[in-house]
Design a protein around this ligand. Structure first.
Ligand code: NAI
Ligand code: MG
Length: 477
């Protein structure tokens, strides 16, 4: 771990194994941080805050730019580490994640001096202005599916505007983020960024309830998001929550083409084994194109190469761990058990052969699914997509919105009127039209309904989530 600028073990010396999910072999051990370690880290962050908040914003930004350069120089080795610990394929995932990581440091580094206030015209004899001030110690908690990218987002947004941070890495994938946090130490004063490794119920919960933590920023499951919000309520601490999703992809009859098929596959994040909060996992296809579109989808999916994440030829790697693997398999079993359900490709993973060496699940598509089945309602977080037909645009939108989630959505049609009408009617924080790609720095990103609170990734996200506004009113008479 990194506490107050120095490498740190857990106070009680305990360790956690980090497993390579493609081989089930232990590749490293990291400290199993607990309450005492979190307390040390938070105190270091609180102390560092006193001077970090006074560093001129552009100087803070310049340090982030230097971190971006240093991370960029290590994209390849860190991408290998991330591929090993997450099971995400290096070519399709881990390398891209590291490029985004460098970009995010640079982007927020450039924005550090944009935390501007306003003047308010209360009259000629009054000066009224606002300042954007940092909040203090931020407690950040990140998951394993994009461990370095998501961790970096919290680091960059927090420290650019003068906060300090205690970040808890995901127990399943702490290594890449540890390396990035180490690089940060070469540039940031001690205590500005502290990194804790450990389990959620131990280190994560201790961080969420620590009295000196002034802001919580969490990415992960909706279930744990609720616990974080409860912990925050006890101290009236602001939270940003980036939680789960069951995002719809609505395809109109005019979009029965290869470009749409590719986009739907990208949107489902099949090459990250579907382990993405924005995965377009409910495919709503117009009935006229239902069968022919799905034929094209399965033809393309059958060509994806599954296997060793470090192999440049691999498109799709392994599920993160045994627990998630079992969970994904239980959903597939559930789908297979439904009488009207048809599995078009994939299904339960092979019991022997090379893929049985790791937590590999093939791309799986179910047709004949009703929108109220478990596999159509719950976030599977695996490479499992359900296809549901529709006849009427309003029916498609109603089904798309019939979810307690509202993170992302995808609309596919060349008819601009239908596309935008649908985009506006969908209850999601982010709607993409005719594309299925990932988030980019600068866009507003966050969920409606139980997919979260707050927006990150953008300038407004940083200002709203990581600064607090102070109003100063001066009488000039
Ligand atoms: P999780 O929400 O339990 O873990 C995410 C992070 O929260 C990890 O760092 C974990 O250590 C921490 N955490 C867990 N329990 C905590 C607690 N009581 N207090 C504080 N921190 C805690 O997610 P998990 O168990 O890895 O995956 C379960 C499901 O969550 C997945 O199947 C998926 O549906 C969803 N998920 C969604 C993600 C997203 O990006 N929206 C990311 C990861 C999981
Ligand atoms: Mg959990």
């Amino acid at each position: 771990m990194i506490i107050d600028g120095k490498a740190a073990d857990a106070q009680d010396g305990r360790l956690i194994d980090v497993e390579n999910p493609a081989t089930r072999q232990v590749i490293a051990q990291v400290p199993r941080g607990g309450e005492a370690d979190v307390d040390r880290a938070v105190r270091a962050a609180a102390k560092a805050f006193e001077s970090w908040r006074e560093v001129p914003p552009r100087d803070r930004g310049r340090l982030l730019m230097k971190i971006a350069d240093a991370v960029e120089a290590e994209i390849e080795p860190i991408a290998r580490t991330v591929a090993l610990e997450t099971g995400n394929a290096i070519r399709t995932q881990a390398r891209g994640e590291m490029k985004v990581t460098a970009d995010v440091f640079r982007y927020f580094g450039g924005l550090a001096s944009e935390a501007k206030g306003e003047t308010i015209p209360l009259g000629e004899n009054m000066l009224c202005y606002t300042r954007r001030e940092p909040i203090g110690v931020v407690g950040g908690i990140v998951p394993w599916n994009m461990p370095v990218g998501l961790g970096t987002l919290k680091i960059a947004m927090s420290v650019a505007v003068g906060n300090t941070l205690v970040l808890k890495a995901a127990e399943d994938a702490p290594l890449g983020l540890l390396r990035v946090a180490e690089i940060c130490q070469q540039f940031l004063p001690p205590g500005v960024l502290n990194l804790i490794t450990g389990f959620g119920e131990e280190a994560g919960a201790a961080l969420a309830r620590h009295p000196l933590v002034r802001k919580l920023s969490f990415t992960g499951s909706t279930e744990v998001g609720k616990l974080i919000m409860h912990a925050a309520a006890d101290r009236i601490v602001p939270v940003s929550l980036e939680l789960g999703g069951k995002s719809p992809a609505i395809v109109f009859p005019d979009a029965n083409d290869d470009k749409t098929v590719d986009g739907v596959i990208t949107g489902m994040r099949f090459t990250r084994q579907g382990q993405s909060c924005t995965a377009g996992s409910r495919l709503f296809l117009h009935r006229d194109i239902f069968d022919s579109f799905l034929e094209k989808v399965t033809a393309k999916l059958s060509k994806l190469k599954i296997g060793d994440p470090l192999d440049e030829a691999t498109d799709m790697g392994a599920i993160i761990n045994r627990k998630q693997f079992d969970r994904v398999c239980s959903y597939i079993k559930d789908g297979l058990g439904q009488k009207e359900g048809r599995v078009l490709i994939g299904g339960l993973p092979p019991k022997d052969g090379p893929l049985a060496q790791g937590y590999f699940v093939q791309p799986t598509v179910f047709a004949g699914v009703a929108n109220d089945w478990r596999i159509a309602r719950e976030e599977i977080f695996g490479p499992v997509m359900v296809a549901i037909p529709w006849d009427d645009e309003r029916e498609a939108i109603r089904m798309a919105n019939d979810s307690h989630y509202g993170l992302a959505a995808y609309v596919w049609t060349r008819d601009i009127t239908k596309a935008l009408r649908t985009a506006h009617a969908i209850e999601s924080g982010w709607v993409q039209v005719n594309q299925g790609g990932g988030q980019m720095p600068g866009m507003s990103y966050g969920g409606f309904k139980q997919s979260g609170i707050g927006r990150e990734y953008s300038l407004e996200g940083m200002l709203d989530g990581f600064t607090q506004r102070k109003c100063v009113t001066v009488n000039l008479q």
